[in-house]
Write a protein that binds this ligand. Structure first.
Ligand SMILES: NC(=O)c1ccc[n+]([C@@H]2O[C@H](COP(=O)([O-])OP(=O)(O)OC[C@H]3O[C@@H](n4cnc5c(N)ncnc54)[C@H](OP(=O)(O)O)[C@@H]3O)[C@@H](O)[C@H]2O)c1
Length: 413
């Protein structure tokens, strides 16, 4: 905590679909006038006031509002100077995010966001890693459903493997047991913008498809290849598996964590993600259906006329899943860590949360990331970090104690 600064956390993008959920989470969990000094920021005063009115409908203490446009570099600098952490849901990040990162890096202000835009993270790392190390700013992308269950899940199961058996697993398999929820217009816009960037510059396609796209430059690459695209049988889980669309983001983040940790899990560490679809012919047919659906979606978003059709069928910016969908949603993820020499010592971890993964649960994950960066004693220095390398166990503890998430070891196989 930096008492010299007016706020611990400023939530930027508080008027958006996800931003409102994060504001609700912070208000419900930390209130106003307590241990956390926080404010709401956005580009539109009237919309910000409406968000605040909804929050304090019961007439509670007021939350300060800050009106700023993300494209105004001077305003971003002034914002970054006032707070210990900026937590942002202003996306697509590739379009609106860079001036804020530049401001946070310049002012030594910690930063967290929800981006899944690998091409933009790659640019940010190349441009700001050295300056962030020098200023002490911790720049942490992917603090939502992508990639906290992956990155903290892998970190957790590896810590358990080391504590119990004195070694790290050279391979971790992430498997989606259940993920029920919806999609918002902001997520659709970010995906579509990425496809438009690929069309304008095919080099960006190469970055997105590179399994080590987020690793530090000139570092050795590991053995992982392309993400799964077809049904595969997983003998250890004894089920069929289908491609998981978010693997294209999460796997890069987990591999960057291993690199930033000095290859703690080994230079030959392997990590992959997939959806469990069940055993037998039914499991196989489900895997075929999910793989085909994912493939068709990728084709539709890559081809311009189909992309426009898809956009019109999906939620617009500012829209997202209904309150019922958010409330009823949840996720269950299993991570299997393979012991290097003795399969009887393999460990299976489970990470769970209630509420829609991308929105209700993401609001907790992003909110707690911001509070963790602001209030907790962390070992990490500045740089473009990942959730686990910036916050590690401190964030897991917060997500369990404040957010009701679970991280546990299920069994030994
Ligand atoms: N990783 C995950 O699990 C996850 C989950 C959810 C969302 N996301 C990502 O989070 C981002 C937001 O998604 P969303 O659905 O919440 O989007 P959204 O509803 O469209 O909200 C976008 C927000 O950005 C603000 N904004 C846009 N341009 C701005 C500018 N120039 N200056 C200041 N503010 C600006 C909007 O302000 P106005 O209200 O004034 O228009 C709004 O508050 C997307 O990139 C999405 O992919 C990721």
């Amino acid at each position: 905590m930096d008492q010299q600064r007016e706020f611990d956390v400023v939530l930027f993008g508080a008027t958006g679909f996800t931003g409102k959920l994060v504001a609700e989470y912070l208000y419900k969990t930390y209130g106003v006038g307590g241990e956390l000094r926080w404010a709401l920021a956005g580009r539109n005063q009237a919309k910000l006031e409406a968000v605040r009115t909804d929050l304090i409908a019961a007439g509670g203490t007021t939350v300060e509002l800050i009106v700023v446009d993300s494209m105004d570099q001077a305003a971003m600098n002034a914002l970054a100077a006032r707070t210990t952490v900026v937590c942002t849901t202003v996306g697509p990040y590739a379009l609106y995010g860079t001036p804020l990162v530049a401001a946070c890096v310049a002012h030594g202000t910690h930063y967290c966001d929800l981006t899944g835009e690998v091409q933009w993270m790659h640019r940010v790392i190349n441009e700001y890693q050295t300056a962030a190390e020098a200023s002490g700013a911790r720049i942490v992308h992917t603090c939502g459903f992508d990639s906290i269950p992956s990155d903290l899940g892998a970190f957790y199961v590896q810590a358990q493997m080391h504590a119990r058996h004195g070694v790290y697993a050279q391979q971790v398999k992430y498997r989606v047991v259940k993920a029920e929820g919806g999609m918002s217009g902001g997520t659709v816009a970010s995906m579509m913008n990425m496809m438009e960037e690929v069309k304008a510059d095919p080099g960006i396609g190469e970055i997105i498809n590179d399994p080590y796209a987020l690793d530090p430059v000139n570092m050795p690459r590991g053995p992982d290849g392309p993400d799964q695209v077809a049904p595969l049988y997983d003998a250890q889980f004894k089920q069929w598996t289908a491609p998981f669309v978010m693997a294209a983001i999460n796997t890069r983040v987990v591999r960057r964590s291993n690199a930033l940790l000095g290859y703690r899990y080994g230079s030959q560490f392997r990590y992959d993600e997939a959806i469990l679809t069940g055993a037998g012919p039914v499991g196989y047919m489900k895997a075929v259906a999910v793989a085909s659906g994912t493939f068709l979606m990728m084709i539709a978003s890559a081809v311009a006329p189909l992309r426009n059709l898809l956009k019109s069928a999906l939620p617009a910016q500012g829209e997202g899943p209904s309150p019922e969908t958010i409330e009823k949603g949840s996720f269950v993820i299993d991570l299997l860590a393979l012991h290097p020499t003795d399969a009887s010592k393999n460990l299976r971890a489970r990470v769970t949360a209630d509420r829609d993964p991308g929105y209700g649960a993401t609001a907790k994950m992003l909110g707690e990331s911001a509070v963790c960066l602001a209030l907790d004693e962390l070992d990490a220095g500045g740089g473009c970090l990942t959730p686990s390398t910036a916050m590690g166990m401190a964030l897991i503890n917060r997500l369990v104690e404040k957010g009701g998430m679970t991280f546990e070891i299920l069994d030994q196989s």
